[in-house]
Write a protein that binds this ligand. Structure first.
Ligand SMILES: Cc1cc2nc3c(=O)[nH]c(=O)nc-3n(C[C@H](O)[C@H](O)[C@H](O)COP(=O)(O)O)c2cc1C
Length: 402
């Protein structure tokens, strides 16, 4: 943007947007598989959703660039091998990146580590080194510039306009996840093509640009409220996410103006997902969910369990330090089949999830959504024989005074 004025830059963007049809306009089914970092995301799951006419994301969070390159290659191979029912010209998959944050005060991390010592001893593991890192940010950017995907989405912040421009030059769309109207404004100003609007119902990490414990008292904004608030600020396509588990909920967000629905938890029980056995079991139960920083140092929604209840009040905002610190404990819980130690990320409607192959789930949800929209439309249709009055005349004419 350096040599252009802001106005020239905006005009250039507007012209570019006119030239390109967005991926969301071409989707056969407006259902997006959320990136599911930390185990559940697999090339098989991503390819299955894209092949069913939806759009699959591959999670790049926690992966080194070299591991991401391998998974990308496998996803592309799988997607090409599968019979395609659509006429997309590009490889229709997305990759999701974490925007790096800043390191936390070591004293807060050390104090938290001391509290976990007993649990580590009981589980027979040493706590991990609570280090800060940037999730291999620069190397992943270079990889995705060199081998572009259809969409790169971002969470935990908004990339610089220069980064977004580079992705556009490489042929990728950029989606930014937002949790508040002011974040939406920033993402639009930076040049995002679409916004992933994450409601407070969502499973996994809250996508906020800044994880601020002082804001916890406000709570998050629910999806339907947030869609309306963001629509008032942003005139670009919206992808709704958070607590969507049924076709009726997909219909609801489409009716509220979203171009597609992004589902995370609903796919966790699919056979193609890499969800651990102990996690699958918890998803088949009905314990409540809650927000916590106890596992990773960043606010996230998971099913309440022993670790969450014991440590949520003490956990500081220190991501990714706490993520690394608790990793051996979580791994021990998965290995021993102890759900009390595992981060069981799940949205508020997780109990409605099904154990179906991902392609079948996409098709079933799409059918249900069509039926729900039809039903909703019928509720608004004029009765047989018409309204009997002109639209706009509200009720009987006022009686003239006698
Ligand atoms: C296990 C799990 C992992 C997730 N990982 C990511 C991720 O890597 N990047 C991201 O942007 N969102 C991630 N999310 C959040 C989803 O993008 C989405 O906002 C959320 O799943 C929507 O709520 P739902 O789970 O009720 O469908 C994750 C969610 C879950 C449940």
């Amino acid at each position: 943007m350096s040599s252009l004025t802001l106005r020239e830059h905006l005009v250039e963007r507007w012209v570019t947007s006119l030239r390109h049809e967005l991926l969301l306009d071409r989707l056969a089914v407006p259902i997006v598989l959320a990136p599911l970092a930390g185990g559940p995301s697999t090339p098989e799951l991503t390819a299955a959703v894209s092949n069913a006419g939806g759009f699959g994301f591959l999670a790049a969070g926690y992966l080194a660039a070299s591991a991401l390159a391998e998974r990308l290659e496998r996803t592309r191979t799988l997607a090409e091998r599968l019979e395609r029912t659509r006429t997309l010209t590009d490889a229709p998959i997305g990759v999701n990146l974490f925007i790096p944050g800043t390191s936390a005060p070591p004293q807060a991390v050390d104090a938290y580590a001391a509290r976990l010592a007993d649990d580590a001893r009981q589980a027979g593991v040493e706590l991990g080194a609570a280090r800060f890192d940037d999730d291999d940010w620069a190397a992943k950017l270079e990889l995705l510039m060199a081998t572009p995907v259809a969409v790169v989405s971002f969470v935990f912040g908004c990339p610089e306009p220069e980064v977004i421009d580079r992705f556009h030059d490489a042929g990728s769309e950029v989606w930014v996840t937002v949790t508040r109207p002011d974040e939406a404004r920033r993402a639009v100003d930076a040049g995002a093509d679409a916004l992933v609007v994450q409601g407070a119902e969502a499973g996994g990490h809250r996508a906020s640009f800044r994880d601020d414990p002082a804001a916890d008292v406000i709570g998050g904004i629910g999806l339907l409220s947030l869609l309306q608030l963001v629509r008032a600020e942003a005139d670009i396509p919206l992808v709704a996410t958070g607590g969507i588990a049924t076709g009726a909920a997909i219909a609801a967000v489409l009716a509220a103006g979203a171009a597609a629905a992004q589902l995370g938890t609903a796919f966790l029980r699919c056979p193609e997902a890499g969800t651990a056995a102990v996690y699958r079991q918890a998803l088949a139960d009905n314990a409540p969910t809650a927000m916590t920083r106890a596992f990773t140092g960043r606010l996230a929604r998971g099913i309440r369990n022993r670790f969450l209840d014991r440590y949520s009040a003490a956990a500081p905002a220190a991501y990714p330090e706490l993520h690394h610190l608790t990793a051996p404990l979580r791994q021990a819980g998965r290995a021993a089949g102890d759900p009390g130690l595992v981060n069981l990320w799940a949205g508020q409607t997780y109990e409605l999830g099904h154990q179906l192959p991902a392609g079948q789930l996409v098709r079933t949800l799409a059918e249900e959504a069509r039926a729900a929209l039809q039903h909703a439309g019928d509720r608004l249709s004029p009765p047989a024989g018409g309204l009997g009055e002109e639209v706009g005349s509200a009720g009987p004419a006022p009686r003239s005074p006698s």
